[in-house]
Design a protein around this ligand. Structure first.
Ligand code: FAD
Length: 357
């Protein structure tokens, strides 16, 4: 039986482990420094919204396109996964075209994006439905994930398939080969270490940088999931609102600050986030202003951006085969099944000679 060790218990590691553990021929161990339930600045997945708002261009849409069917199935048929459908509106302003956030959301801001035929109910908004200052907009049905429910759900599915979870802090990726729960050497290691891929021995990927995201989590209900291409408060400040499923609260975002490691919320930034959200969506507080926001917490997460694109590759490091799946920036959930399928294909390739024995 091939032995596989997945390093990382964020959405990337758990989804990859889930797909691998569906194959009864594979024996899977997940090792990680942080697990669901932990809140740490080195561990991105618990801080995410998280929703499905595609940002990849059509030429690179495999990961996001192949993820939608599974997220939609979970929202429809698996309530315990903590995902629900949401009416979604995306606004675009011409003045954001060349900004950092405008470039990041270029596909999302298009009125003819590739995903118009993927998500249900896609339509271009008439001018009469656009707020002041907005030049175009689209509406569609998407999903929002309560990550505090969804990450434990992924663990439960891995455990059901026989995977074993263990804590470990690696200094070099090849150490993972000795951590399979059977005590035998792993035949392949899967590297889903997110932001820490920049610091892990044997990987040390300097292309991986943090993109700081500050958020406010509130109890108020916006009634709709909203996003705008930019704000007037600086190129690295953004505006999005999403209500998580199953009592997870509403996320007000945010920031998109490349290269910033600061883990503490900035009070001034928090004020701007709340002001922008209530201005765009007065329904949040029934027209009563930001004083009527019921704040659950202020928080910061670091998106693990790889400047040259996500790394889904196999590589022999010393005597160990490693399959990488890291560097998902701000779209790790919405591409999770597509990327994990890609990583699983590479694991299958590495193990093919052994499987034939
Ligand atoms: P992580 O979640 O960081 O997991 C890495 C794992 O590797 C951890 O378990 C860690 O302990 C382990 N690890 C690392 N190094 C070692 C080591 N040396 N030894 C042992 N274990 C190690 N994405 C969306 O799709 N939609 C959204 O709406 C969305 N909103 C976001 C909002 C915010 C504010 C932020 C910050 C992010 C958002 N994202 C969103 C992005 C998404 O959260 C990330 O892309 C995703 O969580 C990355 O997951 P990961 O599993 O690759 O990394």
């Amino acid at each position: 039986m091939p032995n596989i060790v997945v390093v990382g218990a964020g959405v990337s590691g758990l989804t990859t482990a889930l797909l691998l553990s569906k194959n009864p021929a594979y024996s899977v161990t997940i090792v990680a420094k942080h697990m669901p339930g932990d809140y740490d600045i080195e561990y991105t997945s618990p801080w995410a919204g998280a929703n499905y708002l595609p940002v990849a261009p059509e030429s690179g849409n495999r990961w996001e396109k192949n993820t939608w069917p599974e997220l939609a199935r979970l929202a429809k048929d698996v309530p315990e996964a903590g995902i629900h459908f949401q009416n979604t509106v995306s606004y675009s302003r011409k003045k954001d075209t060349d900004t950092v956030t405008g470039q990041w959301m270029k596909e999302l801001n298009s009125t003819t994006p590739w995903f118009k035929d993927v998500v249900p109910d896609f339509r271009v908004l008439p001018e009469s439905e656009l707020p002041a200052g907005v030049d175009s907009g689209t509406a569609f049905t998407s999903v929002c994930i309560n990550v505090a429910v969804y990450l434990p759900y992924l663990i439960s599915q891995c455990l059901k398939n026989g995977a074993v979870l263990q804590r470990a802090v690696l200094t070099h990726i090849s150490e993972a080969a000795d951590l399979h729960h059977s005590g035998a050497k792993a035949d392949v290691v899967v590297n889903c270490t997110g932001l820490l891929a920049s610091k892990l021995g044997g990987v040390m990927d300097k292309e991986v940088i943090p993109v700081r995201g500050q958020i406010v989590v509130v109890r108020n209900d916006p009634g709709v999931m909203l996003t705008v291409s930019g704000t007037d408060d600086g190129e690295d400040e953004v505006l999005y609102i999403m209500k998580r499923a199953a009592g997870g609260g509403t996320i007000l975002g945010g920031t998109y600050q490349k290269g910033k490691w600061e883990s503490q919320p900035d009070p001034n930034q928090a004020l701007r986030i709340m002001k922008r959200a209530v201005e765009l969506c007065p329904a949040l507080t029934g027209g009563k202003g930001i004083e009527a926001l019921s704040v659950i917490r202020h928080a910061v997460g670091l998106r693990p951006l790889r400047l040259s694109g996500v790394r889904i590759e196999k590589e022999k490091i010393g005597s160990t085969w490693v399959v990488h799946n890291y560097g998902h920036g701000g779209w790790g959930y919405q591409a999770s099944y597509g990327c994990s399928e890609g990583a699983k294909e590479l694991v299958d390739e590495v193990l093919a000679p052994k499987s034939k024995l």
